[in-house]
Design a protein around this ligand. Structure first.
Ligand SMILES: [Zn+2]
Length: 289
């Protein structure tokens, strides 16, 4: 499949397929957050997972994960939004240092006593969050568990990484296939019973590729968009957050010549000088009276 895209398909058998290649987004996350290889792999898969879950592209669906791993990794935070942007961070990426990438190690780190909170929102829906207690498994297994319990649609999730000999991620991608209410169940089973048959990061000529899956399932492309890592942080948002602080905290911030706020999601550093901060707080006071 084309790198760094998200693609939505539908088959005449009533199967909805969303595939995403997150190679560049995963590489960016790895650099921004200085991720050890194992943590970079987890981040890559979680980013792909959020991207493919946001499959109601017509209504600009967004999906956020708060993935409580129960392991030293802490929580995984991911947002997929506007149909083709993703961002995310790990609480303690250093917990992945010195661990080689295997799906077994992945399961140890993401679902020791895992709980997954998924928030969905779109033009049609107010944000709503559902939670699932995770059994031990990798990220794809966790997402499948979420879809089966919370959404009760027959779903297949496949997440794949191509990792080179140096341990670096060369390709990251995956797909979500869902049976529509009127869909053909045996056709779905025929295509997705053995998920290892498919690998969207495989070369287009390979029998495992997305191209091969599209041909076999007679899928038709509905929508394709470029996919990228992008953050939503801005000075305006920092401003709104600061306005929620109680007086005592404001006073203590005003003791400093400047304050520094670092965005968890993208690492961008905002420095706000004392006179600006003072002005913001004063403006708000005036606004209130
Ligand atoms: Zn940011």
């Amino acid at each position: 499949m084309k790198t760094d895209t998200i693609q939505h398909y539908l088959s005449p058998d009533g199967i909805r397929l969303t595939a995403a290649d997150t190679s560049r987004a995963a590489a960016e996350a790895e650099v921004i957050h200085h991720l050890p290889k194992m943590s970079a792999a987890i981040m890559a898969k979680a980013i792909t997972g959020a991207a493919i879950l946001a499959n109601d592209f017509k209504n600009h669906e967004g999906v956020s994960f708060k993935w409580i791993t129960g392991s030293p990794l802490g929580n995984i935070h991911i947002d997929a939004y506007d149909g083709h942007y993703v961002r995310g961070y790990l609480d303690h990426p250093e917990a992945g240092a010195g661990i080689s990438y295997t799906t077994d190690h992945e399961a140890d780190l993401v679902s020791t006593k895992g709980q997954l909170f998924v928030t969905r929102y779109s033009l049609l829906k107010m944000p709503y969050t559902s939670m699932v207690n995770l059994s031990r498994g990798d990220i794809a297994a966790g997402l499948t568990e979420y879809l089966n319990t919370s959404e009760q649609t027959l779903s297949a999730v496949s997440l794949t990484l191509k990792i080179n000999e140096q341990g670096a991620i060369e390709r990251s991608g995956g797909f979500l296939a869902q049976l529509m209410p009127e869909g053909n169940m045996s056709r779905f089973a025929g295509l997705f019973e053995q998920l290892s048959r498919w690998d969207v990061t495989a070369d287009g000529a390979s029998k495992q590729s997305l191209e091969a899956l599209i041909t076999e399932g007679k899928f038709e492309l509905l929508e394709e968009a470029p996919l990228a890592f992008r953050c939503t942080c801005s000075e305006e948002r920092i401003h709104s957050t600061l306005m929620t602080l109680p007086r005592a905290e404001r006073e203590s911030l005003l003791q400093e010549p400047s304050i520094e706020i670092v965005c968890h999601y993208c690492g961008k550093k905002y420095v706000i000088r004392n006179e600006i901060l003072r002005k913001w707080f004063e403006e708000e006071q005036k606004g209130v009276q």
